[in-house]
Design a protein around this ligand. Structure first.
Ligand code: MEV
Length: 420
């Protein structure tokens, strides 16, 4: 008899099968059970449990003249501290200013093995209005909300492909399903009216038509550390910024620091961080080599910073409806639209970047990280929240504590507790 496929098994049977195959203990199964959330079970295939990540709030951020707290979801100990620290350095009257000139999602209908590309191109150009009309008939409610298909572009990609790019204003939504449905409808129309081989219809996550820029100007005095004056710190930050424009090895880490902030906000706001990641890194490579997404430069006594990246974030729809915390997080950050969300997210990325660069070019990154890393090191060796302060206290003296030292510190703490 054919075996029931895993995904068709009831929850308990799936869990028991896994437990048997992987030799899970009763305690491990209890952990899995404790984290189960019935609402998540219908969200994905083969649901087992819910993997929680910590959520915290970056404070001190001043964006477009408003001081806000921004929820961030991350497992990296220093990320929220760095965002708040960066924000504190950027608190002029307007703080970080952001702009979003256009917010459209692109969908592409890919034609393959096109023999007469000139003829097909001419046909597509002649029928542009008709194609946009077909696109706009798919979701009339989108037009009602002020959105809709705005324009199209035709690209010939050697040796034999063509891409019909549709630019769609998806309103406040993330719009992935919307754009895919529209593209498939237009593709069907093409198949009916032209002899073409439609290879696929899908949105592009290279969101070059949803760019957001965050800018800031900071008096150099604000950057001084206990031992280095503000001008020197600013000059070194500019040098680090130039280096990241020239060396892809450094650019990747520089951008990773920016994405530490961006991903954490994107997650807290229920958006698709994989889409954001892939789009951001493609944008970083737009000049032919991988470069930094931000730039810092000095004018007299002011350090200027700028970050531009594609961020097609949605304020409604998708996972924003599924996770109850998203609406709360939007409220905490005082975000009421997709454009505001794009701006605040980019602002966090810029603040995160400044905090990392300032630490790197002054005291070094480990100096500030260590206190936070010690807590996660203690947790990683099994310290309970109640034991963490004592374990951290014992580790504080060593410059580069190892897991073995952390284990020894935990043992010592437990021993001392027994002797009390
Ligand atoms: C660590 O998660 C992020 C940094 O490496 C970023 C950077 O180097 O700019 C500190």
């Amino acid at each position: 008899m054919a075996q029931t496929p895993f995904y068709r098994l009831p929850y308990g049977a799936r869990r028991d099968l896994l437990a048997q195959q992987s030799h899970l203990t009763v305690q491990q199964l209890a952990k899995i059970a404790a984290r189960q959330r019935s609402a998540d079970a219908d969200l994905i295939e083969n649901y087992l449990t819910t993997y929680g990540l910590p959520e915290g709030v970056a404070v001190n951020l001043r964006v477009n003249g408003q001081t806000i707290a921004v929820p961030m979801v991350t497992e990296e100990p220093s990320v929220i501290a760095a965002a708040s620290n960066g924000g504190r350095l950027l608190t002029s009257e307007r703080g970080i200013t952001t702009k979003v000139e256009r917010r459209e999602v692109m969908g592409q209908i890919v034609l393959s093995h096109v023999a007469d590309r000139t003829g097909v191109k001419a046909w597509l150009i002649a029928h542009q209005d008709e194609l946009l009309k077909v696109a706009n008939e798919v979701h009339p409610s989108l037009i009602g909300h002020g959105g809709g298909a705005r324009s199209l572009r035709i690209r010939c990609i050697p040796p034999y492909w063509m891409s019909l790019d549709l630019f769609i204003d998806v309103g406040e939504a993330m719009g992935a399903n919307l754009v895919n449905t529209i593209c498939e409808a237009v593709a069907n129309y093409l198949k009916e009216h032209l002899t073409v081989n439609v290879l696929m219809s899908i949105l592009s996550n290279y969101a070059t038509h949803s760019l957001v820029t965050a800018e800031v100007a900071v008096p150099v005095d604000q950057l001084a550390t206990k031992t280095i004056d503000g001008t020197t710190v600013a000059q070194r930050i500019c040098d680090a910024s130039d280096f990241a424009e020239h060396d892809p090895y450094r650019a990747v880490t520089h951008n990773k620091g920016i994405m530490n902030g961006i991903d954490a906000v994107v997650l807290a706001m229920g958006n698709d961080w994989r889409a954001v990641e892939s789009g951001a890194h493609a944008y970083a490579s737009r000049h032919g080599s991988y470069q930094s997404l931000s730039r810092w430069w000095l004018e007299d006594t002011t350090l200027h910073g700028e970050l531009t990246l594609p961020l097609a974030l949605g304020y409604v729809g998708g996972a924003t409806r599924v996770f109850p915390l998203v609406v709360i997080n939007q409220q905490i950050a005082q975000i009421t639209s997709a454009r505001e969300l794009m701006g605040v997210t980019a602002a966090v990325g810029l603040a995160q970047n400044l905090a990392a660069l300032r630490a790197l070019v002054t005291d070094g990154i480990q100096h500030g990280h260590m206190q936070l890393q010690l807590k996660s090191l203690a947790l990683s060796v099994g310290a309970t929240p109640g034991e963490v302060p004592a374990v951290v206290g014992r580790l504080r003296g060593s410059t580069q504590p190892t897991t073995a030292q952390a284990k020894a510190a935990l043992l010592a703490v437990r021993q001392a507790n027994l002797e009390k």
